[in-house]
Design a protein around this ligand. Structure first.
Ligand SMILES: Cc1cc2nc3c(=O)[nH]c(=O)nc-3n(C[C@H](O)[C@H](O)[C@H](O)COP(=O)(O)OP(=O)(O)OC[C@H]3O[C@@H](n4cnc5c(N)ncnc54)[C@H](O)[C@@H]3O)c2cc1C
Length: 406
C-alpha cells in the first residue's frame, strides 16, 4: 500500500507532535504522522500521579541500557513512552528548562541561533504559563504550564529544610537564575497531564491536511538518489506500507528510536552496519553513539508524618480526583527541586535535587507500606555545552552526511 504526503513525520512524541502542529498550520501542506504506539486514552497517562504505572506495559518501549561498565556491569532500565504524545505522555511533567549556559554552550559549540537569547522567544511563544506572562514567560501558547494544584505538605517541609541549610528560595526555577529551591512547575491543565499530543497534535488533527496513524511502526527510511523520499512501515497486523514524502521525512522517534531507524536504513557506522547484515548506504559514524542521559541517584526515607502520597489510591483521594480534579492524584511526584553548586567558582549549578513525597525506590516497582519520601541527586550536563560540543566534534570527524565511497 502506497500513499503520498508533503511531510512524513515519524513518531508522535514531544518533537513529532510539535512539528506536526506547526507544519500543518499551512493548509496547503499535507502531513502524515506515523506512531508505533497506540492512542493515549489510558488513565495512567491522564492522571498525573499514575505515570509510573505505565512502566513495562504496552505504553512503554521498556528498553535496557545493556551492561554499564561503570556500574559493575549492571543494566539500567530505560523507560520510553509508546503512545500518542510519546514520552510526554509518560514523563513526570516537570516543566524545567535548561540553564542559559546550556544553550549558550550549544551556540559556542557551533550551533548559531541556539543561544539562550535566541531560544527564549520560542519558550515564551510555546507557553501558556498559568501564573502569567513575564520577561521569560508567555501566555496563550499551546503548552500549558501550571503550578501544582495540591502539593503534599511534606514538600513544603523540604523547601523549608533546604532553606535552613542556606539554599536560597527560588520562586521561578525557569528564570535565568536557576540556583535555589522551589516548587516544580508542571505541564498539566486542570489537574490532568498536558502532553505534547494535547498541546499540538489534537488541535492539528482537527485540520483536514493532517493524517495520524497510531500502531504504525516505521522500519526504514527510503533513500533514492541520496535523498529521503519516504518510509516503509508496518501496521498492527504486520502488513507492509510505503508512505512517500514529496518534501521531507522528519524523524522524531526519540533519542533511541531515531538512530535505530537511521541504522536500519543503512545510515551509520559502515562496519557496524555490515556486522549486523545491513548494507551501508550513508557512512555516518556518529549515528547510534554518544547517548547521554542525566545520572540520577535516589535515597528513600520512611517518615513519621502522614503527609506523603501513600494514601493516593485510597477511595477518598480517588473521589477527590474524579469530582474536583484535586488531591494527591494530581501530584507529579517530583514536587520540589533545588539547583545547587557543589563548590564555589562553578559557572552554574551542577547538582539538581529532586524531592518526591513518595517511596520511589526501583522506579516505583518496590512497594513500601507506610509514609515515606524520596530525594534524588541528578546531574545536569557535566559541563555546559559538553554534549553539544561532543556531537559537533563527532560530526566533524565523521564528515557527517558524506556518501560512502562505493
Ligand atoms: C519516565 C520519564 C520521565 C521523564 N520526566 C521528565 C520530566 O519530568 N520533565 C521533562 O522535561 N522531561 C522528562 N522526561 C524526558 C522527556 O519526556 C523526553 O525527553 C521527551 O519527551 C523526548 O521527546 P522526543 O520527541 O525526543 O521523544 P519521545 O517523546 O519519546 O517520542 C518518540 C516517539 O516516537 C515513537 N517511535 C519510536 N520508534 C518508532 C518507530 N520505529 N516507528 C514509529 N514510531 C516510533 C515512540 O513511540 C514515541 O511516541 C522523562 C522521560 C521519561 C521516560
Amino acid at each position: 500500500m502506497e500513499e503520498s504526503f508533503d511531510y512524513v513525520i515519524v513518531g508522535a512524541g514531544s518533537a513529532g507532535c510539535a512539528v506536526a502542529g506547526r507544519l500543518s498550520e499551512d493548509p496547503e501542506a499535507s502531513v502524515l504522522v506515523l506512531e508505533a504506539g497506540g492512542r493515549d486514552r489510558s488513565p495512567n497517562i491522564k492522571i498525573p500521579a499514575a505515570f509510573s504505572k505505565q512502566f513495562k506495559t504496552k505504553l512503554d518501549w521498556d528498553y535496557s541500557s545493556g551492561p554499564e561498565p561503570h556500574l559493575d556491569g549492571r543494566e539500567v532500565y530505560v523507560p520510553r513512552g509508546k503512545s500518542l504524545g510519546g514520552s510526554s505522555s509518560m514523563n513526570a511533567m516537570m516543566y524545567v528548562r535548561g540553564r542559559p549556559l546550556d544553550y549558550d554552550g550549544w551556540r559556542e559549540a557551533g550551533c548559531p541561533g541556539w543561544g539562550y537569547e535566541d531560544v527564549l522567544p520560542y519558550f515564551r511563544r510555546m507557553e501558556n504559563n498559568e501564573p502569567g506572562a513575564s520577561e521569560v514567560h508567555g501566555v496563550g501558547g499551546p503548552v500549558n504550564v501550571a503550578d501544582q494544584r495540591d502539593p503534599r505538605p511534606l514538600t513544603k517541609r523540604f523547601l523549608e529544610a533546604a532553606q535552613s541549610t542556606g539554599i536560597p528560595a527560588n520562586s521561578d526555577i525557569n528564570s535565568p537564575e536557576q540556583d535555589g529551591v522551589g516548587m516544580t512547575p508542571v505541564s498539566q491543565r486542570k489537574g490532568r497531564r498536558w502532553s505534547a499530543a494535547d498541546a499540538y497534535l489534537r488541535p492539528a488533527m482537527k485540520r483536514s491536511n493532517v493524517t495520524v496513524k497510531p500502531k504504525a511502526q516505521v522500519l526504514e527510511v527510503v533513500l533514492e538518489g541520496g535523498r529521503a523520499t519516504g518510509v516503509r512501515w508496518r501496521d498492527s497486523r504486520g502488513r507492509p506500507h510505503l508512505s512517500r514524502a514529496q518534501r521531507e521525512v522528519v524523524l522524531c522517534a526519540g533519542a533511541i528510536g531515531s538512530p535505530q531507524i537511521l541504522m536500519l536504513s543503512g545510515i551509520g557506522p559502515a562496519d557496524e552496519l555490515r556486522s549486523l547484515g545491513i548494507e551501508p548506504r550513508v557512512e555516518s559514524p556518529g549515528v547510534g553513539d554518544n547517548l547521554q542521559d542525566h545520572p540520577f541517584f535516589l535515597l528513600c526515607y520512611e517518615c513519621t508524618e502522614p503527609e506523603s502520597l501513600a494514601d493516593a489510591e485510597k477511595p477518598k483521594a480517588l473521589l477527590e480526583y474524579v469530582l474536583r480534579r484535586r488531591g494527591p492524584l494530581t501530584s507529579n511526584v517530583g514536587e520540589g527541586m533545588a539547583f545547587i553548586r557543589s563548590r564555589p567558582g562553578l559557572p552554574a549549578a551542577d547538582i539538581q535535587l529532586l524531592f518526591g513525597p513518595a517511596y520511589y525506590h526501583d522506579n516505583g516497582f518496590d512497594v513500601h507500606e507506610g509514609h515515606a519520601f524520596s530525594l534524588a541527586a541528578a546531574l545536569p550536563p557535566p559541563q555546559p555545552g559538553a554534549a553539544a560540543a561532543a556531537l559537533v566534534r563527532s560530526r566533524r570527524q565523521a564528515g557527517a552526511g558524506r556518501q560512502p565511497p562505493r
